[in-house]
Design a protein around this ligand. Structure first.
Ligand SMILES: Cc1cc2nc3c(=O)[nH]c(=O)nc-3n(C[C@H](O)[C@H](O)[C@H](O)COP(=O)(O)OP(=O)(O)OC[C@H]3O[C@@H](n4cnc5c(N)ncnc54)[C@H](O)[C@@H]3O)c2cc1C
Length: 368
């Protein structure tokens, strides 16, 4: 969605009826929030809210990780669908070619200078778009990924648990996010606005989101944050969200690249998915600017390796937060006690807290 000077032949293809993602949190370590804030009409600093820390909760007590004091940084809670509205409004205001309801089925000729996107429009008519470069930003079920990676795909890991997520009408239960490890499983107490709250608890991936009554959901959530009273309210949305870690072996082939969830997915613990997607696009925009406006291919040739380094750092952080905070159903008594030792190591050590704060708020983008 980033404007690229002199390259208005790019068309972004969107299916607004498909889930646009549920991420609410953006780290401000580098240019990502600044970039969203610079977009004409952006509301990230007006609708979004700034958080300078989170609470890690275990053994019935909360421990604040003070981002501002530890690394001088913060995060912004800004619903992903609001960020998307800002981006769409900016592109439409600039008169750029933005098409809704288009379904891409694949790409052709990506090893030439004129790759082609094969798609159908909102009425089902076949369309072909010829471009200088194709960017697949079409999420975890990307329709162009195999054209880039080949049949080998990528490296992935599945987890034996999922998140039961709710949106409810209630005032916030806490000023900052609470990441809670309890003997019954993980819970995340998040905030959406003064009137609407988002919360999650660890569940079985096969659980039916409609099988629990509202009272059972509140009971489960409350048990997962012992010692902290939640403010309850009517639940108006509920989902079971499976998650897995994935990184495509190849991010670019010829004149096509994949970014965001098309290239990698992370478990949501640690709020890295959308942040990584925005970082991918900022870095790729620089490489495409050099390639298409200056005829310099060196930046795009180094892009995938540079992007991969950052992706694997985020993969590690997301996996680390996930395994430290969730209860694995096959864990032994030893595993459980070791996990509490790990949490204690983090909260008791300034170096441990600083690592968490640095990774959570995000790493600098670097030159490429
Ligand atoms: C529970 C949960 C909580 C999360 N919390 C956070 C958070 O706090 N912070 C954070 O940074 N991230 C978070 N994430 C991750 C974040 O939502 C994703 O990483 C992010 O949405 C990825 O963006 P994307 O643009 O790559 O893909 P998507 O958001 O999936 O967008 C893909 C787009 O491509 C379109 N599309 C798909 N297929 C086609 C096709 N064949 N043709 C045309 N268009 C197509 C879709 O309609 C969609 O518009 C969370 C994720 C989950 C599940």
């Amino acid at each position: 969605m980033l404007p690229l000077q002199g390259a208005d032949q790019f068309a972004e293809l969107l299916q607004p009826e498909v889930n646009l993602g549920v991420g609410d949190e953006l780290g401000d370590r580098d240019a990502r929030v600044d970039l969203l804030a610079q977009i004409d009409g952006s509301r990230v600093h007006t609708v979004g809210s700034k958080h300078e820390g989170i609470e890690l909760r275990f053994d019935g007590a909360g421990h604040r990780i003070d981002f501002a004091a530890l690394v001088g940084r913060s995060v912004w809670l800004y619903p992903q669908h609001e960020a998307l509205k800002d981006l769409i409004a900016a592109r439409l205001a600039a008169g750029q070619d933005l098409r809704f309801g288009v379904t891409v089925s694949g790409v052709e000729d990506i090893d030439t200078d004129r790759p082609r996107v094969i798609a159908t429009d909102a009425e089902g008519a076949a369309i072909t778009i010829e471009a200088d470069f194709v960017v697949g930003a079409d999420g975890s079920r990307s329709s162009i990924r195999t054209a880039i990676t080949g049949p080998h795909g990528g490296a992935f890991r599945e987890y034996p648990f999922a998140w039961f997520g709710i949106l409810c009408e209630a005032p916030p239960s806490a000023d900052e996010l609470i990441y809670s490890n309890s003997p019954d499983g993980f819970a995340l107490i998040s905030q959406r606005s003064p009137q609407v709250q988002r919360m999650y608890f660890q569940c079985d991936p096969n659980d039916d989101p409609n099988a629990l009554s509202e009272a059972e959901i509140w009971d489960t959530l409350q048990k997962r944050v012992p010692g902290h009273e939640l403010t309850e309210g009517p639940i108006f949305q509920r989902d079971v969200l499976r998650f897995r870690s994935f990184v495509a072996h190849e991010l670019r082939r010829g004149r096509a690249a994949i970014v965001g969830d098309a290239a990698h997915t992370v478990p949501p613990t640690g709020a890295k998915g959308m942040n990584l997607a925005v970082a991918d696009v900022i870095l790729l925009a620089r490489a495409l600017d050099a390639l298409l406006n200056s005829g310099d291919a060196t930046v795009i040739d180094g892009w995938a390796d540079a992007a991969r380094e950052r992706i694997w750092k985020a993969q590690h952080f997301s996996w680390w937060m996930t395994q430290m905070l969730h209860i694995n159903p096959t864990d032994s008594d030893f595993d459980r006690r070791r996990q509490l030792g790990e949490l204690r190591t983090i909260v008791d050590s300034e170096a441990g807290r600083a690592y968490l704060a640095e990774a959570y708020t995000g790493w600098p983008l670097g030159a490429v």
